[in-house]
Write a protein that binds this ligand. Structure first.
Ligand SMILES: [Zn+2]
Length: 157
């Protein structure tokens, strides 16, 4: 369950820990000036991100059918896509994402200086919990791309 805790902890309310400079993917501390700032869309549409997450996601091994696993992955995608705050990546983990590194590095510097953008990155909102969870999608294109990326990553494991 570590990833869920991380989704809710680091990306939810506890933004201060991210400000201090830790990678949201591997939790490594960042050295001064290191790091890339990513939007939620950039993270969740990256197959590399999902490969890394799903390789270390014990819940999947407890589920028996492929259908249940896909449902679990969809729920994980929704929970991650609902993160409204930006993500920090270290210089190792940035290779998981297909992004413009120059832009992401400048965004990180700006974020350290100003704390902005502090929010506005979520692709969807979640209402309710567990089986009663309702996903209200705000960015359909990226949300679908995220589901595709996660499914592809799962199938490649
Ligand atoms: Zn990292």
């Amino acid at each position: 369950m570590s990833i869920l805790r991380r989704v809710k902890g680091l990306f939810g309310s506890n933004q201060a820990s991210a400000r201090l400079g830790a990678c949201d993917t591997c939790s490594a501390s960042l050295s001064t000036g290191e790091g890339y700032l990513l939007t939620t869309a950039e993270v969740v549409t990256s197959e590399g991100h999902w490969k890394r997450v799903l390789q270390a996601y014990p819940v999947l091994e407890m589920l028996k059918s492929d259908k249940d696993k896909i449902l679990e992955i969809q729920q994980l995608v929704s929970q991650t896509a609902a993160s409204d705050t930006p993500w920090m990546a270290c210089s190792k983990c940035i290779s998981l994402f297909s992004v413009d590194r120059g832009r992401a590095m400048r965004a990180a510097a700006e974020w350290r200086r100003t704390g902005e953008p502090s929010q506005g990155s979520a692709l969807c909102k979640l209402e309710g919990e567990g089986l009663n969870m309702i996903v209200k999608v705000a960015d359909d294109t990226n949300y679908r791309a995220a589901l595709n990326a996660a499914t592809k990553a799962y199938k490649s494991l």
